[in-house]
Write a protein that binds this ligand. Structure first.
Ligand SMILES: O=C([O-])CC(=O)C(=O)O
Ligand SMILES: [Mg+2]
Length: 539
C-alpha cells in the first residue's frame, strides 16, 4: 500500500500531511465536516485568548483548514486573530509563545542583517512583510518583541482578505530594545534585555535593514506597523520615495477613515441640507494615526473642489493640551500643519468648550483615552447636528472613546458611527443599527495586493487614495439601504479585489508600475485577473 502524503507549507517550511490512505485516517473521516469540527472546537473555548491560541496552533498545523475557517466565518474569527484579541495576545506573547514564527532581527545583528535575512526559508516566494519595532502596539504602548503578534495578525488578514499566498508573507519584528520595564523584568520575555536604542543608532539600523530587505526580496512590499508616532512619520518619510513601503497606521487608517467619512458625510449632508464641502472635522488625538487621518481627510474636501489650503481649514486638532493652535507654542513637528492661526486666546482644554467653539459636524477619536466621548459630548454633537458623525477609532475595544451603545443612546439613534474595533449592533426604536468598523483591515489587504500585482516601485499617495475611493464605492445597494458606512466584512475578498484594481490603475497613472502587461487590460479583465491571482485554501 502506498501512503499518500500531500505537501503543504507551514511557516515557510514544507510539510507533508496524510491525505487519506486506508488505515492512517479514521474510517469515516470527512474533510468538509472537519471544518465544522474545527469550528466546534474553536467555539468550545470560552476565553478569546484561548481561541486565539487554538487558531494560532491550527494555522501552523494546517493552514488550509485555518484559512477555510476564517473565510467562512470572517465576522466571528477576525476579532480573535486580529483586533481586539490580538492586543491581549501581544501583551501575553512571551507567555503564550510555543514555536518560532516570522523573522526576528535585533540590534545585535547590525552589520550582519544580510546574513540573517538569508536564513528565511522561502526567499523567492516572499512578496509582503509587515514590520514592527513593537514601540506602539495598537493603543497598548511599548510591547517590545511581543509586537510580533501584530505582524502575524495583519498577515493572516492579507491571506484571508486578499488571497496573498501564505508562503509569500513574512511577519517581522525588529528588536531594538524596549522601555517596558515590566517586560525587561519578566524572565519569559523573548526580547533583548535592554532599553530602546538612540535615534541615530536606530536610523542606521533601519537603513541597513531596508537596504538588505530590498536586496534580498526585490519583489517585496513592506508595511510598517505600530511604530511610535515620531518613528512612524520619520521612517515613512525616509523610505517612501526609495522603496515600496507604506505605513498602515498613518496611511491605511487614513484611507479607511476617509472612505467611511465619505459615506457618512453624504448621509449627514442629506439630513442637514449643508453642502459636502462645509463639513467641519474635529480630531481628538494628534498622534501618528490622528494626523495621518487628518492628512487623508483633506482629500475629502479637495475632491469636492476646495483648494488644499481651504481643505486644511476644515480640520481642527485636540491633543493632551487641548485645542492645537499656533500661538500656543512648542508644538510637535507633525502637529504644526493643522495648528489653527484663527484662535489666539488662552489654551482651550475642555472638549465641550472646543465643540461649542468649532461646531464640528464630525468628531473623530484617535486618542486611546477610553470613554473620552462622554454622554455630554455625544449629546452636544447631536444637539448641533441632525446626524452627527462620531468615529471613536482607538483600539482595542477597551480604549475606544465611546461604545456604540453609548453613541446610539445619547444621540437618540441619529449617530453615524464607525469605530476602530468591533462593537455589537444595537436596537433602537424598532430598528437594528449597525456600527461601522473603520479599521485599516479593509484597506491594507487590497492595497498590498494591488501594489504586488503591479510590482509597484513605490506606494504613492494616489494609490492610497485609490484604495479609499475603491472601498467607499464598494457598498452594495442593500448595504446603502441600511446606512452602512463600510461593506460587510464577509465580502472582504470581493472588496479587496475591487480595491486592488483601483490601486493598480493608480500605479499606472503614477508611473510606478513594473507590470506593463496589466495596462492594456480593460477593467473587467483586470478584475478577473486579480481574482485569479488570489490564493484559496485547498479544502
Ligand atoms: O490593528 C488594528 O486594529 C488597527 C491598527 O493598525 C492600530 O490600531 O494600530
Ligand atoms: Mg497598527
Amino acid at each position: 500500500m502506498t501512503i499518500i502524503l500531500q505537501p503543504y507549507w507551514s511557516n515557510g517550511v514544507q510539510k507533508l500531511k496524510v491525505a487519506g490512505p486506508p488505515g492512517l485516517v479514521p474510517p469515516a473521516f470527512n474533510e468538509s465536516l472537519h471544518v465544522e469540527r474545527a469550528l466546534d472546537q474553536f467555539r468550545s473555548k470560552d476565553q478569546p485568548l484561548e481561541k486565539y491560541i487554538f487558531l494560532s496552533r491550527l494555522k501552523n498545523d494546517d493552514p488550509d483548514l485555518f484559512y477555510k475557517l476564517c473565510l467562512e466565518n470572517m465576522s466571528e474569527i477576525t476579532p480573535i486573530i486580529y483586533t481586539p484579541t490580538v492586543g491581549d495576545a501581544c501583551i501575553q506573547f512571551s507567555h503564550i509563545y510555543r514555536r518560532p514564527e516570522g523573522l526576528w532581527i535585533s540590534i545585535m545583528d547590525k552589520g550582519n542583517i544580510k546574513n540573517v535575512i538569508k536564513n528565511w526559508p522561502r526567499i523567492d516566494d516572499a512578496r509582503i512583510s509587515v514590520v514592527t519595532d513593537g514601540s506602539r502596539i495598537l493603543g497598548l504602548g511599548d510591547l517590545g518583541v511581543n509586537g510580533m503578534g501584530i505582524s502575524i495578525g495583519k498577515l493572516s488578514l492579507y491571506v484571508a482578505g486578499a488571497g496573498i499566498r501564505p508562503l509569500s508573507t513574512i511577519p517581522i519584528c525588529v528588536d531594538v530594545g524596549t522601555n517596558n520595564q515590566a517586560f525587561l523584568d519578566d524572565p519569559f520575555y523573548l526580547g533583548l534585555r535592554q532599553k530602546r536604542i538612540s535615534e541615530p543608532e536606530m536610523d542606521e539600523f533601519m537603513d541597513e535593514f531596508m537596504h538588505e530587505m530590498t536586496q534580498a526580496f526585490p519583489k517585496m512590499m513592506i508595511q510598517f506597523e505600530d511604530f511610535s508616532t515620531d518613528k512612524a512619520f520619520r521612517y515613512l518619510d525616509r523610505y517612501r520615495h526609495k522603496y515600496p513601503v507604506f505605513n498602515d497606521d498613518i496611511q491605511g487608517t487614513g484611507a479607511v477613515v476617509l472612505s467611511g467619512f465619505m459615506n457618512a458625510a453624504k448621509l449627514s449632508s442629506a439630513a442637514s441640507g449643508e453642502s459636502l464641502d462645509s463639513h467641519r472635522i474635529l480630531f481628538f488625538g494628534a498622534g501618528s494615526a490622528g494626523v495621518g487621518v487628518a492628512m487623508q481627510l483633506q482629500s475629502f474636501f479637495t475632491l469636492q473642489g476646495l483648494s488644499v489650503e481651504q481643505a486644511r481649514r476644515r480640520i481642527w486638532l485636540i491633543d493632551s493640551q487641548g485645542l492645537v493652535y499656533e500661538s500656543r507654542g512648542r508644538l510637535a513637528e507633525h502637529k504644526k500643519y493643522f495648528a489653527r492661526n484663527d484662535y489666539s486666546g488662552p489654551p482651550m482644554t475642555n472638549i465641550l468648550d472646543i465643540i461649542d467653539y468649532v461646531k464640528p459636524t464630525a468628531l473623530l477619536g484617535l486618542s486611546t483615552i477610553s470613554g473620552a466621548f462622554t454622554p455630554e459630548v455625544i449629546q452636544l454633537m447631536a444637539a448641533i447636528n441632525p446626524k452627527p458623525i462620531i468615529f471613536p477609532l482607538s483600539n482595542p475595544v477597551r480604549l475606544s472613546e465611546c461604545s456604540f451603545d453609548d453613541a446610539v443612546t445619547n444621540s437618540n439613534g441619529t449617530v453615524l458611527f464607525a469605530s476602530g474595533s468591533p462593537f455589537p449592533a444595537q436596537r433602537h426604536s424598532g430598528r437594528v443599527l449597525h456600527p461601522g468598523q473603520g479599521n485599516n483591515m479593509y484597506i491594507f489587504p487590497g492595497l498590498g495586493l494591488g501594489a504586488i500585482l503591479a510590482r509597484a516601485t513605490q506606494v504613492t499617495d494616489s494609490m492610497v487614495e485609490a484604495s479609499s475611493l475603491g472601498l467607499a464605492d464598494s457598498l452594495t445597494d442593500d448595504e446603502r439601504a441600511e446606512d452602512l458606512l463600510y461593506p460587510r466584512v464577509e465580502r472582504i475578498r470581493e472588496i479587496s479585489a475591487h480595491i486592488a484594481v483601483q490601486v493598480i490603475r493608480a500605479t499606472q497613472k503614477a508611473g510606478v508600475a513594473r507590470s506593463p502587461d496589466l495596462v492594456s487590460m480593460a477593467d473587467p479583465a483586470l478584475l478577473a485577473f486579480v481574482k485569479r491571482k488570489m490564493w484559496n485554501p485547498s479544502l
